[in-house]
Design a protein around this ligand. Structure first.
Ligand SMILES: C[S@@+](CC[C@H](N)C(=O)[O-])C[C@H]1O[C@@H](n2cnc3c(N)ncnc32)[C@H](O)[C@@H]1O
Length: 252
């Protein structure tokens, strides 16, 4: 099941419950980065809410206030430069009023006042553990501040923390080089190219952390060896990520 479908099914029930009393939806995107992906997710969310509200409210379009969150160091300017195009073309045909701003800060701390946001969305961001942990771990040895939990662990944490009710949990798998196949027309399978592609995007994500632990000099060699190992592995194994898609509502 695609993330869009999961989002759509869950959003429709939320919008149906709230729509009659809501004229302005406040939506936060946690870990927006500076890439266009986050704006794509926002466009999906706006269109789902808009479509459902139009049906329920006799054609009256809601207004959207969007808050883009990422760490203070994030390059928000790059994403702001995409906004004119987004407002004109990409937000969706029937979405009327939509205002986008930024809320920089760490999502492990407080970003908004109580009960202010109607809907939080976050993609590929919550597996990053807090920065504090990184500093502490550096004292002893290199520690990658990423945690990939099992489904059971996710459920247990949500239940134990008790602020949210888990409405749905879905998982789906995606090939580690799925984007490579999408990007190249007439793609011919080539293990070396796949290994280099996978190594490159791991480098984009992990290089700053590895440099902090081991210095810059070994980076080219490290990722060239990594690409070769991936190229060998991909011939004998299907390399996939498992993604967990959660939909939760806040408890009263
Ligand atoms: C892999 S990117 C995901 C970008 C985008 N959401 C997507 O799905 O393509 C993860 C983003 O989460 C941000 N991030 C990680 N930890 C964070 C935290 N504690 N508070 C706010 N943002 C954080 C990172 O700075 C980074 O931009």
């Amino acid at each position: 099941m695609q993330v869009h479908t999961i989002l759509e099914e869950n959003m429709i029930s939320i919008v149906s419950n709230k729509s009659l009393t809501k004229s302005c939806w406040k939506i936060a995107e946690l870990g927006c980065s500076s890439e266009p992906n986050s704006l794509m997710s926002i466009s999906n969310i706006l269109n789902i809410i808009n479509k459902t509200s139009l049906k329920l409210n006799n054609g009256i379009s809601p207004v959207f206030q969007i808050y883009l969150n990422d760490l203070f160091e994030n390059d928000f300017n790059t994403i702001f430069k995409l906004l004119p195009d987004f407002y004109q073309q990409k937000k969706g045909e029937n979405v009327e009023e939509c205002f986008i701003g930024a809320t920089p800060g760490n999502f492990y701390g407080r970003l908004f006042s109580n009960n202010y946001i109607d809907f939080f969305h976050s993609s590929y961001s919550l597996h990053w553990l807090s920065q504090g942990l990184v500093e502490e771990a550096k004292l002893d040895l290199f520690n990658l501040p990423v945690y990939h939990p099992t489904i059971e662990e996710v459920k247990q944490v949500i239940e134990a923390e008790a602020s949210f009710t888990l409405q749905t949990l879905n998982t789906f798998k995606i090939g580690c080089d799925a984007n490579l196949q999408d990007d190249i027309v007439d793609y011919v399978e080539d293990s070396k190219m796949r290994g280099e592609f996978i190594a490159k995007y791991h480098r984009a994500v992990y290089e700053p952390l590895l440099i902090a632990g081991f210095g810059e000099n070994i980076m080219d060699e490290l990722f060239s060896r990594f690409a070769k190992l991936i190229a060998q592995l991909i011939e004998i194994e299907t390399l996939e990520f498992t993604n967990i898609v959660l939909f939760m509502t806040k408890n009263p």
